[in-house]
Write a protein that binds this ligand. Structure first.
Ligand code: TGC
Ligand code: FAD
Length: 393
């Protein structure tokens, strides 16, 4: 067999670097360095012990990735593509880190930035951008996941105050948050509230025994007669459309992020396949292995081109929610398929935490489900194609 020069970097085959600006490449390289130096060496242990060190929040803040695509209030104000590239680099280390950054920047901070009062923005955004405070976003409930319109959490007026009651489920960062954006039903429709987690009646209970996203805190939030002034209400959030608009932001980050996990899997499989010898030759030399590598590289590259296209649309202010659904559905579905295929290349070694591949695959199970399940995104696309909403019977 003849050996020729190999790239080992699947995305290089697509020449994608040339499609990025110098600023975008700088941000990508900075976040990649942070991920390589600070996150990768530790993540296997954090995953195994199911911990996410709180001090990482300030480090993410210093890196400039918290709310990086927002303007003002201590945020970096980058374009959407740069935010996506940062998500990919973080998720190449572990989906848990991208999750933290998604929830902090695209759900907690974005909800305040887009729908909050000037007072709420001044109070929370600079601290959240610096990682001095941690935010979470409570939309899902035990009985209402894909269908948030049915939520049972209520906010009822009591003089000038509001009283909140209800339970939110599966809330990322819930147990470590200083502030929660909580969505509740009122007599006037669905509204959002900025709830300091120290408010009497607010408690968070972490969810244990997870087999996915272990380096991430996931919690149940319980609100029992939580009394808040009207100034805690997000004044510009006046329907379910408000939390769904926040989801577009986080989903966009996942369109890029999931590819980071997939890229890490393919690069790991490539390295492994070139050094692992069976039947007296590297397994990378077998045609069946090469077909797997070629197919995965194609999906990775196509996914990246789709993500970049959506990013350019977003930066032009032209992206539509169903286009974000196209990206989230495709890229997460392909990423999880790639992670599982890479695991086969690693054989038995693929099942341990020594390699990142099964950790990524397990994490991607959550990514496939949160921010809209793959089925929900198929139905959003189906509705855009047919004009018929198939969510309800
Ligand atoms: P529907 O009647 O279609 O819409 C209600 C109102 O909302 C508007 N809208 C949107 N606006 C902005 N962006 C979107 N993506 C929007 N989708 C809908 C819509 O125009 C309407 O506005 P208006 O003015 O007419 O009132 O609502 P529906 O109840 O039929 O539901 C539609 C559906 C199923 C697509 C929606 O409920 C949905 O997306 N369900 C999935 C729920 C979900 O994704 N939950 C995620 C929770 S957060 C999370 O998972 C964080 S994990 C983060 C991490 O750790 O990384
Ligand atoms: P269900 O909605 O009960 O769905 C179960 C299955 O039924 C799915 O396959 C679904 O696609 C399918 N299904 C439902 N309705 C239909 C239909 N009409 N047609 C066809 N199929 C259908 N939520 C937050 O608010 N904030 C967070 O920070 C957050 N973080 C999360 C972190 C993790 C690790 C996880 C796992 C979840 C998180 N979530 C969060 C919740 C997440 O958004 C929900 O799990 C998700 O929306 C799905 O809801 P569900 O789990 O209740 O599943």
């Amino acid at each position: 067999m003849t050996a020729t020069t190999a790239t080992r970097r699947p995305l290089e085959l697509f020449g994608v670097d040339g499609l990025l600006t110098e600023d975008e490449r700088d941000i990508q390289a900075t976040v990649r360095r942070f991920a390589d130096d600070r996150l990768r060496p530790e993540v296997g242990d954090w995953f195994e012990s199911a911990t996410l060190p709180r001090e990482l929040a300030k480090e993410f803040g210093a890196l400039g990735v918290l709310g990086m695509h927002l303007e003002g209030y201590g945020c970096a104000g980058t374009n959407a593509v740069s935010y996506g590239l940062a998500c990919a680099e973080l998720e190449a280390a572990d989906s848990g880190f991208r999750s933290f950054v998604s929830v902090q920047g695209s759900l907690s901070m974005f909800s305040i930035h887009r729908f909050g009062s000037e007072e709420q923005k001044q109070e929370w955004l600079p601290r959240l951008a610096a990682g001095e405070a941690i935010g979470c976003f409570g939309l899902t409930e035990p009985d209402f996941g894909s269908n948030p319109a049915g939520m049972r959490t209520t906010a009822r007026r009591d003089g000038g105050d509001w009283i909140l009651n209800g339970t939110k489920m599966w809330i990322t960062n819930g147990g470590i948050a200083d502030v929660a954006t909580v969505w509740a039903r009122t007599d006037e429709g669905i509204r959002g509230f900025v709830v300091p987690t120290g408010t009497p009646g607010f408690t968070a209970h972490d969810i244990h025994k997870k087999l996915s996203l272990r380096a991430s805190v996931t919690s149940e939030l319980v609100l029992e007669d939580v009394r808040l002034p009207d100034s805690a209400r997000l004044p510009h959030a006046t329907s379910l459309g408000a939390p769904l608009a926040c989801l577009n932001e986080a989903r966009f980050g996942i369109v890029f992020g999931a590819l980071g996990a997939a890229r890490d899997c393919v690069e790991t499989a490539l390295d492994y396949a070139t050094s692992r010898v069976q039947f007296d030759r590297p397994i990378a030399g077998f045609q069946l292995t090469q077909q797997k590598l070629a197919d995965m590289t194609l999906e990775l590259g196509k996914g990246f081109l789709l993500a970049l296209h959506l990013g350019r649309l977003k930066d032009a202010g032209q992206i539509r929610p169903e286009q974000v659904s196209l990206g989230k559905l495709n890229n997460v579905r392909e990423a999880i398929a790639i992670a599982r295929e890479c695991r086969t290349i690693l054989g038995g070694s693929g099942i341990t935490l020594e390699y990142p591949v099964l950790r990524h695959a397990n994490n991607l199970e959550s990514v496939l489900t949160y921010e809209g399940t793959s089925e929900m995104h198929s139905l959003v696309i189906g509705q855009a194609l047919t004009g018929l909403a198939a969510f309800r019977g």
